[in-house]
Design a protein around this ligand. Structure first.
Ligand code: SAM
Length: 365
């Protein structure tokens, strides 16, 4: 009697994360019980957090210098391959194109070439399943050329491709963060799972950080050094004191205004120096999200900006995610950048779940 082949299972596969940072995307896969072989990033400062919180090896390498053979050698032998990645978003982000017509402007930042390196590696290694995450502006960048080239090359290799513009808040992340998610498989249609949040019952700022102990600006909490908010100047302290929950600089006495607020153009920057609302999702966490003047990053009720721990939790990292390498002095701006750059863990988990469902739908071979 012939032995029946078993149904494919996620344990038959292993994942490599390109541009892995501190592992937001990877951690979503970890939460869905995937095996992660490796993360690759040229920022060495991400190694500690990536490895400490995920059972995977961090390779400090430049993706543009990696050959297909190098990448293939990082996968466990005999495992089927999944390749995921989120190339840096800055070349395509609104921030960089605020004053330009994005569909007609070619950024002088050449980082978008990284997506071509991603395509080269896919063609060399032929992973069975792929996910790529980026900002939605990528669809329009250079009249859509960069994105269309990426999809064209996938389809030419026989991949089935789908893509979505999603808001992370619809997947349980306590944050408005619109993202482009692309999925591709050599084995037929692959789809992103439906929104997990129904009836606008979003995870709120209060749900995510409301239980954390209070801290003063500039003082770390004794039990968690990451729970530390930037020290405010006296003037900024008075500004945040004058800001109501959900409010912004318009709440202030004119004596507290900045010069730019007095100009017509400044009146449009509604959210700077704003406080978040407890019962709403947070705004998009950026790499500067712990600075009061950089957006609506004021704590809903304490007189300070959000702490690094709060920023991480609004990115849906677990409360015990360890970012602080004890062997080097802690750099607040570096960790803020790592957190702001991350794919929210909750969105990573939605991508991982979608891939799991796809794998479970594959026929035995
Ligand atoms: C958007 S972040 C990725 C975030 C990560 N996926 C996460 O969820 O935490 C992009 C990352 O790409 C890395 N990077 C940029 N250019 C690179 C290159 N040429 N080679 C390797 N890594 C690169 C940056 O250091 C940064 O960590």
């Amino acid at each position: 009697m012939s032995k029946k082949n078993k149904q494919p299972n996620i344990k038959d596969f292993s994942v490599i994360d390109l541009f892995c940072g501190v592992g937001g995307l990877t951690h979503g896969f970890v939460k869905e019980n995937f095996i992660i072989d490796a993360g690759i990033d040229f920022d060495k400062s991400c190694k500690y957090a990536f490895e400490k919180n995920n059972a995977a090896v961090f390779y400090h390498e430049d993706i543009t210098n990696i050959s297909g053979g190098d990448l293939a050698s990082k996968y466990t032998k005999n495992k089927r391959r999944i390749l995921v990645g989120c190339a840096p978003c800055q070349p395509f982000s609104i921030y960089n194109h605020r004053n330009s017509n994005i569909s007609q402007t070619k950024s002088d930042d050449e980082k978008w070439k990284l997506l071509y390196s991603f395509s080269n590696l896919i063609e060399d290694v032929k992973p069975e399943i792929i996910s790529m995450e980026n900002v939605p502006q990528l669809l329009k960048f250079d009249n859509g050329k960069v994105f269309n080239d990426f999809v064209y090359r996938l389809k030419k290799q026989g991949y089935h491709v789908s893509h979505y513009i999603v808001n992370s808040q619809d997947y349980g992340v306590p944050q408005r963060r619109k993202r482009l998610v692309l999925l591709a498989s050599l084995h037929g249609n692959i789809e992103l799972i439906e929104k997990t949040v129904k009836n606008n019952e979003f995870t709120t700022v209060k749900d995510a950080i409301g239980h954390l102990p209070p801290v003063q600006d500039g003082v770390s909490h004794p039990s968690d050094p990451l729970h530390r908010a930037r020290k405010l100047t006296d003037l900024n302290k008075r500004r945040i004191q004058a800001t109501t929950e959900g409010g912004f600089w318009r709440d202030w006495d004119e004596s507290l205004w900045l010069e730019c607020h007095k100009k017509e153009s400044g009146k449009t920057f509604r959210s700077v120096y704003g406080r978040m609302k407890w019962n709403d999702v947070a705004p998009t966490m950026t790499t500067y999200c712990t600075g009061l003047g950089n957006g609506r990053f004021g704590h809903p009720e304490q007189d300070r900006a959000i702490s690094l721990r709060e920023a991480a939790m609004l990115q849906s990292f677990p409360q015990d995610y360890d970012f602080i390498d004890p062997t080097v002095p802690m750099s607040t701006p570096k960790i803020a950048r790592q957190i702001g750059n991350a794919v929210p863990v909750g969105l990573g988990q939605a991508i991982a779940k979608s891939i799991k469902i796809h794998i479970e739908s594959l026929e035995s071979n």
